[in-house]
Design a protein around this ligand. Structure first.
Ligand code: MG
Length: 368
């Protein structure tokens, strides 16, 4: 239905796997990568890792697994409409949060802080690479998942650029070039997914009253007001919620359409995926109206949700728990699982890796 784009990444261009494998009779290489990720332990653990709200709030708010599924669904749609490589895009979306430690950004910041005090750092993209290269052990023939080069590259490059001088270990990923468009999309679909989801969960949790959202998000306001005009009694309780949901669906559609059209316009001048790689900047992006709504939503959520006093309290508890566990394990390496004790890595790195792999529930259950 949608014509393939000339600058789509073709599987035949792939630099392949670290350990060559025979082709599968009916699955493409990126499909196999997707399936390996979905069958990985790190993927299943996403279910018990905080996105924004911990389980204390509600069982039906997003966790990192359901967030990942939403990103995959949006990413597939965008890739298909633009004629990009849908299998590569979906695989990258499913893998994009694999390296997140327990307790969302609070856990990530705490882990980075304690690592920096020991001369290191924590970065979830690099941790995701370590997971798929080393920690997932399920094949006789090779360590890790032996994913295609472009999937490993996209894991690192989808959301930020790394300075080659600072990360000599990543030389094979050619840090000075851009990732393919399929990987560039992920950072943007990730953001659309979480902005809309956090608005939804924040409203449902009672932390974001409708009166505070409407003036902050012009497109959402327009969608909501047009429903109110059609339904004069929309102020009543049950109906307000339905109108909110309806307007939120319209908002996501508006933002996704803005991403598709903005990226389609930018793609027009590129006839190969190689040209996308060699361009001086990333080219995926929004139309101006979608970009301004995206920025408005982001500012609003940072101001009113992510730093809401009720969430800050939980964040502080999570940070303290991660820091306590880090120091405890550093002092008592005998508490690390046997596989970690015989490694050649430094103790600080081992403790960090062990902690980063934990779910919220597992870390809480340790009672540290
Ligand atoms: Mg994400």
């Amino acid at each position: 239905m949608f014509a393939p784009a000339p600058c789509a990444f073709q599987e035949s261009e792939s630099r392949g796997r670290r350990y060559p494998e025979p082709a599968h009779p009916y699955r493409g290489e990126f499909e196999r990568d997707r399936d390996r990720i979905q069958h990985a332990r790190a993927f299943r653990r996403l279910e018990n890792k905080t996105q924004v709200f911990t389980r204390r709030y509600s069982d039906h708010f997003r966790n990192r697994l359901t967030h990942t599924l939403e990103v995959a669904q949006i990413s597939r749609t965008v890739a298909r409409v633009l004629g990009l490589n849908e299998d590569l895009t979906e695989t990258l979306a499913l893998a994009h949060d694999l390296g997140h430690p327990p307790f969302g950004h609070a856990g990530e910041q705490a882990l980075d802080r304690v690592m920096r005090a020991h001369g290191g750092f924590f970065d979830h993209n690099l941790h995701a690479l370590r997971i798929v290269e080393h920690f997932e052990q399920r094949y006789l023939e090779f360590p890790g998942l032996n994913l295609s080069f472009e999937v490993r590259e996209g894991l690192i490059k989808h959301s930020r650029d790394y300075d080659p001088a600072q990360f000599p270990g990543l030389v094979e990923y050619d840090l000075v070039s851009r990732p393919p468009l399929e990987a560039q999309l992920i950072d943007l679909t990730d953001e659309l997914a979480y902005l809309c989801a956090d608005l939804d969960d924040g409203y449902e949790a009672g932390l974001l009253p409708l009166e505070s959202i409407l003036p902050a998000a012009p497109q959402f306001d327009r969608l909501y007001q047009s429903l109110r005009r059609r339904l004069p009694s929309a102020g009543s309780d049950g109906l307000e919620k339905l109108c909110f949901s309806q307007a939120l669906r319209g908002l996501l559609d508006f933002l996704v359409t803005g991403l598709i059209e903005g990226t389609r316009a930018a793609m027009a001048g590129f006839s190969t995926s190689q040209a996308v790689r060699q361009h001086s900047t990333r080219i995926a992006g929004f139309t101006p109206s979608a970009e301004s709504e995206r920025l408005a939503l982001k500012q609003f959520l940072y101001r009113h949700l992510y730093n809401h006093p009720r969430l800050l309290q939980e964040k502080r508890e999570a940070e303290a728990l991660v820091e306590r566990a880090f120091h405890r394990l550093l002092e008592h390496p005998e508490q690390l699982p046997p596989g970690y004790r015989n490694s050649s890595e430094t103790r600080v790195r081992l403790v960090c890796d062990y902690l980063a792999g934990m779910t919220d529930g597992y870390l809480r259950g340790l009672g540290l």
